[in-house]
Design a protein around this ligand. Structure first.
Ligand code: G6P
Length: 369
């Protein structure tokens, strides 16, 4: 059950390994048995409003904010509706311009985060339609919103979010495709292909998880790092942010996630033969750009760990270590690319003797400001 560790040493590890099931639980019932339609029941009443929205603003904190960023890339790419992503803590106090043509979506595992709830209430007062993507059924955010979608990740106990994140990203993917279909911005061929791609994710996640011994070996090489830099582009940029957050939360190694193109504007100054640089380099239309970033890091003797698409042998000679993920459409690759990064952080934290499930100073849910 969700409340027992079973054969796992920590809840976090158990929750990482549950992801093939939790991702499937999250899209089951939302994709029809023929794999031809996406059905998001909790949004039915508000769908016309969303399709006409002046803009969609997605708010959240921590890991949920990263899922929101993935949503931004997917919704804008496929549905062509303008999206903004904001930290709930900023949004609530900065007197944002909002009216009844705006849709504000809160992403929150717990549904109780104080900043997110307060930001949502403020948006409602200003006339926006408010929606929730929550994991905890009946939580405050789920109750106060005009509609929403539950992630079906089950109870998450590890303070560092893993299965809730991939469930949130699954919802963002379904949501983007649904909007794209409804407003005619996606061809039916691509729509069907992407539903199929999503339905194949659980098996692909399994195939990454079985390679955990390799990830553990790589983790052993980097466990004494002082700093780490994570780079990605497009929808894999938020994956880099989330990878860095996982490492800093549980291992206390200072880690930064960066959009790879921004590296030259600051973080490149940190690169030396001591710095692990984790590059999310799956095959997509940014690939050539990310290869250039890898070359820039290599020229400065950084230690490169790359997340690459299986069969991509081109990078082998350029990087120190590789985590392979199965080939997939870029729309769904965030769900795969994060898996090795979760395990990498987990093993490093365990090797450093950290309390993985209860990291210092952090709480599972921050219900006070
Ligand atoms: C805390 C947790 C994080 C979580 C964040 C937002 O910081 O430690 O794991 O991402 O809150 O929580 P929420 O429940 O709103 O998703």
């Amino acid at each position: 059950g969700d409340l027992e560790k079973g054969d796992f040493e920590h809840f976090m590890l158990k929750e990482i390994f549950e992801q093939p099931k939790t991702i499937e639980d999250t899209f089951r019932g939302r994709i029809n048995p023929e794999h031809t339609e996406i059905v998001l029941g909790g949004l039915l009443d508000v769908l016309p409003k969303i399709l006409k929205a002046r803009r969609i603003i997605i708010i959240g904190c921590g890991t949920s904010w990263h899922a929101a960023l993935v949503g931004e890339y997917l919704i804008e790419e496929y549905a062509r509706i303008p999206v903004e992503v904001e930290y709930a803590s900023e949004f609530r106090y900065r007197n944002p311009i909002l009216n009844s043509e705006d849709v504000v979506i809160a992403i929150s595992q717990s549904g109780e985060t104080a900043d997110t709830l307060a930001a949502l209430r403020m948006a409602k007062e200003r006339g926006a339609t408010i929606l929730g993507v929550c994991n905890v059924v009946g939580s405050s955010i789920a109750r106060e919103t005009d509609g929403g979608v539950y992630t079906h990740a089950g109870v998450e106990i590890g303070v560092a979010s893993t299965k809730a994140f991939t469930a949130q990203v699954t919802i963002m993917t379904l949501f983007a495709l649904k909007l794209a279909k409804e407003n005619g911005r996606i061809s039916s061929g691509l729509y069907l292909d992407l539903i199929k791609e999503l339905s194949e994710i659980p098996e692909k996640v399994k195939s990454i998880l079985v390679k955990h011994p390799h990830i553990k070996e790589v983790a052993a090489k980097y466990k004494d790092a002082i700093n780490a830099l994570y780079l990605g582009r497009g929808a894999l940029f938020p994956v880099a942010l989330e990878g860095a957050l996982k490492l800093k939360e549980i291992s206390y190694i200072h880690a930064e996630g960066y959009a790879a193109g921004e590296m030259k504007h600051g973080p490149i100054a940190l690169v030396d033969d001591n710095l692990p640089v984790i590059v999310v380099a799956a095959k997509d239309h940014y690939y050539e750009k990310i290869v250039s970033n890898i070359q820039e890091v290599k020229a400065r003797k950084g230690n490169i760990i790359a997340v690459v698409t299986e069969g991509d042998t081109g990078l082998t000679s350029m990087v120190n270590d590789l985590f392979e993920i199965p080939k997939s459409h870029p729309a769904v690759s965030p769900l795969l690319a994060i898996i090795p990064l979760q395990l990498f952080s987990y093993y490093i934290a365990v090797m450093r003797g950290c309390d993985v499930d209860q990291p210092r100073n952090l709480a599972k849910s921050v219900t006070v400001e």
